[in-house]
Design a protein around this ligand. Structure first.
Ligand code: PRX
Length: 635
């Protein structure tokens, strides 16, 4: 029996038991059979969650791009590695074979080298979903540079914060991007951020929308002429298994975004393994994940996981609503997509539209449909199952995080029976634990608690860039000797897990992690604002939306409140990006606080959610009278 490809439920249980009994042996077998190592490891795993320090396949040497590209050349050189579907359906698609990809990545890698990028340097990639994005990511990996992809919907100041935090010496961007019927001036955003980023020496600019842009002398260079002049072979830099592969920022409940650092060997093994099993990928299949490569889902399940399996992965530049709400389904029909992986927020948005948009297209190629990023509600699950999958294509509700690198809890399609809203069972090697508030593990079934993981898996993030202490405090301090996810979960009577949501001040809006503190900081920048508190409330498309309670300074009170609301959202857009805009802003004279001065967010959350039947004990508040005022004026 191969550990690598699970086909039945019984096989899952056998493999799972084996993976827990002897994780090192289990992962060693997977790593040995399926990858190309320049040198094998001296030790499979060493770990200490108290430091915390985790090392997988120590002593091994490899390059992940040899596994994602070169290895497939002899047998699959002419197979399509990446299909590029542009924003505009009238524009021609591109089929990039493994051979083409090899050449493009090598050329790009040589350009990076020519521009002085070396192993270990950080390169910020701020690009739309065009082939240059995939090629840039892989080119960094080819030469051992650490890529830091920043989602091209983030604002200039969010971009600057991320560039400076990891001291990137180069930015790769484009003149602009298409998003539905709009164009976005990406280069203008980069120019604005670089006023605050002295570390950046070079900006490489891909041409996408042919707009007029400013090129700063000696700093900005058009990418294409450099690529045209570059050699089409670049030897792969041989990396240690534990060398960092990339940094990817995620929001914390407080402070700066956290630059999660992923390392090479373990990340490769785990993303490849989970891709194969969760999507049951077969050699001829066409796989499509609708995420952006700016998020972890795109890193692990558009690029590395699929390519390590020699899969054909589709990259879509556009949005689900352009030119109309049938765009996703039209693409599924066009390419006969077999595995489709998207987010609940997209499903909910499309479910609101006329069913004709779905029914018009032949979706019979679909074999597996995935969901990721937030809990999928029952209604959305059924809509997806009935109208897209026609009840014959299993839904894999995959729970995981930027920090985990790969999928952790998910059904294995055609093996694990699915139940709406349940991510179901842990994948092999994953040992979840539910904890109570006193730090004790809650054993048995039909229980709920805080979700932790007891044992390391190969793709766990190794640190936060430049701040190991924060890594320890955030993930390893709440519960002794366990990785704490920040999520709550329940385990039902048969041991299935259902993720109930964040238990900290992170709010998931349309599948994007947003920390409340950075948004409050942005709101407080407005000259009329004295203080603010932000909470989430349920929203039928976004899952959660943001509700801001704002105390104005005296001078602000006379101003037009609608204008103030617009100005506050404008500041948020500039500091973070439009995804963090507040849906509702209520002006108030005070915020409920404990005697130690802490805002009682629980009360604010209940009011925002119109769930004021039981506000709990408010008598310990410093200012209980303010609760009535807030309730009376709630939006
Ligand atoms: O709260 C969980 C939620 O998304 C968080 C991780 O967000 P991020 O790091 O941006 O990664 C998203 C893509 C992997 C988790 O802590 N989440 C993710 N998937 C699910 C989910 N909540 C419920 N069900 C899921 N399937």
């Amino acid at each position: 029996m191969s550990n690598y490809h699970i086909k039945h439920l019984e096989e899952y249980f056998q493999i799972y038991r084996k993976s827990v009994r002897d994780p090192e042996n289990f992962w060693e077998e997977v790593a040995e059979e399926h990858f190309m190592w320049r040198k094998k490891w001296d030790k499979v795993l060493s770990w200490d969650f108290t430091k915390p320090e985790i090392k997988w396949f120590e002593g091994a040497k490899l390059n992940i791009t040899e596994n994602c590209i070169d290895r497939h050349l002899p047998t699959h050189g002419n197979k399509t590695a990446i299909i590029f579907e542009p924003n505009d359906p009238e524009e021609k698609e591109q089929y990039i074979t493994f051979k083409d990809l090899h050449e493009r990545v090598c050329k790009m890698a040589n350009v990076l080298k020519d521009q002085g990028v070396k192993k270990g340097d950080r390169v910020c990639i701020y690009l739309p979903m065009i082939p240059e994005l995939a090629v840039s990511v892989l080119a960094c990996a080819r030469i051992g540079a650490i890529h830091s992809v920043v989602f091209a919907g983030f604002s200039s100041s969010a971009l600057a914060t991320r560039i400076n935090d990891s001291n990137c010496k180069m930015v790769i961007t484009s003149d602009g991007s298409y998003r539905g019927s709009k164009t976005i001036d990406l280069k203008g955003i980069v120019d604005e951020s670089l006023e605050k980023c002295p570390c950046v020496e070079t900006v490489l600019v891909a041409k996408r929308i042919n707009s007029e842009i400013n090129m700063t002398q000696n700093r900005d260079k058009w990418l294409q002429p450099l690529l045209d002049a570059a050699n089409d072979y670049c030897p792969a830099e041989i990396m240690d298994s534990e060398d960092p592969l990339f940094i990817l920022y995620t929001s914390g409940s407080t402070g700066m975004p956290k630059g999660m650092v992923h390392s090479t060997g373990g990340y490769m093994v785990y993303t490849a393994y989970t891709f194969k099993n969760v999507f049951q990928y077969k050699d001829e299949d066409i796989y499509w994940c609708t995420a952006d490569i700016g998020w972890i889902t795109g890193h692990s399940y558009i690029l590395y996981g699929p390519l390590a399996n020699g899969a054909t992965t589709l990259m879509f530049e556009g949005v689900p609503s352009y030119p109309d709400f049938g765009r996703f389904w039209q693409i599924v029909e066009k390419y006969k997509v077999n595995q489709f992986y998207t987010a609940p927020t997209a499903i909910r948005a499309l479910a609101k539209e006329n069913l004709e948009y779905v029914e018009k297209y032949d979706l019979s190629s679909l074999k597996v449909m995935g969901s990721v990023g937030e809990p999928i509600n029952e209604e959305a699950w059924h809509w997806y199952n009935i109208n897209v999958g026609k009840k014959k294509s299993p839904i894999v509700d995959t729970w995981w995080q930027t920090e985990t690198g790969g999928i952790m809890i998910s059904p294995i399609p055609y093996a694990t029976p699915t139940i709406p809203t349940y991510a179901s069972l842990p994948l092999p090697g994953i040992q979840p634990a539910l904890m109570d508030e006193n730090g004790q593990e809650i054993k048995g079934n039909q229980v709920d608690g805080r979700l932790c993981i007891k044992f390391p898996w190969p793709s766990i993030a190794r640190t936060i860039w430049g701040n190991h202490q924060r890594y320890k405090d955030t993930y390893f301090s709440a519960f002794e000797n366990k990785y704490f996810t920040g999520d709550g979960a329940l385990r039902d009577e048969v041991g299935y897990y259902r993720i109930t949501g964040r238990v900290d001040d992170v709010i998931i809006v349309s599948g994007h992690n947003l920390g409340t503190a950075p948004i409050e900081d942005a709101v407080n920048e407005h000259p009329a604002v004295a203080e603010s508190a932000i909470v989430g409330f349920p929203h039928d498309v976004k899952g959660n939306a943001l509700y801001g309670y704002v105390i104005l300074k005296e001078t602000g009170e006379t101003r037009n409140q609608d204008n103030l609301r617009k100005e506050i959202n404008q500041i948020i857009t500039e500091h973070i990006g439009p995804i963090a805009k507040l849906d509702k802003i209520q002006f108030t004279s005070g915020l409920p606080k404990t005697r130690s001065g802490k805002i009682m967010r629980r009360i604010l959350r209940k009011i925002a959610s119109k769930d004021t039947g039981n506000l709990g004990d408010t008598s310990t508040l410093l200012n209980p009278e303010v609760v009535k005022e807030i309730m009376d004026n709630a939006l």
